[in-house]
Design a protein around this ligand. Sequence first.
Ligand SMILES: [Fe+2]
Ligand SMILES: [Fe+2]
Length: 189
Amino acid sequence: MKKDESYYLMREQLKEWVEDSQWIIDEEYIKDKEYYDCVKDIFNNKAFQSMNQFIQHGTTTTRAHSIQVSYLAYHMAKARGLDYVSVARAGLLHDLFLYDWHTHAKETGNRFHGFTHPRTALKNAEKEFQLNDIERNCILRHMWPLTPIPPKYKEAFLITYADKYCSLAEVFVGWKMRAAQVMAKLTNA
Ligand SMILES: [Fe+2]
Ligand SMILES: [Fe+2]
């Protein structure tokens, strides 16, 4: 399939959103009325807001990571004619496990956060919101292929993809920042 100009523009835009998360700090997503109308109730929810206290990767909070996954996957779903409302909502809820995974193993003995947190997130999300099948599947299968059962819907594949893309970028930015700090220390020594 021949890729048109809008495909490349979209790809560049997605890359920008992942590499520089200032747009999340500035709450730019609120200005995107179509997106915000789909997810406003989640943004106003206390459990969702509490993700701001947990770090996901590097310096990115779990809340910021979830916004990034949601917004990226929402645009990809829209461009592909998929259920973008479910994707936007599931993106915000896919990591609603509500603990600091860095200390979780020490505190609870559960060393399998990578495998167990999708089910915890789903349980928490169902306590707060009425979910449809696509949203449930997006949350429960987002760690595929680490968890062996693949997603059932195209929308859920988009969430797994956006999640991995954002997570890798967060880790990479964290490494880059740490390397810069070490370099600064060495040059000042
Ligand atoms: Fe996750
Ligand atoms: Fe995630």
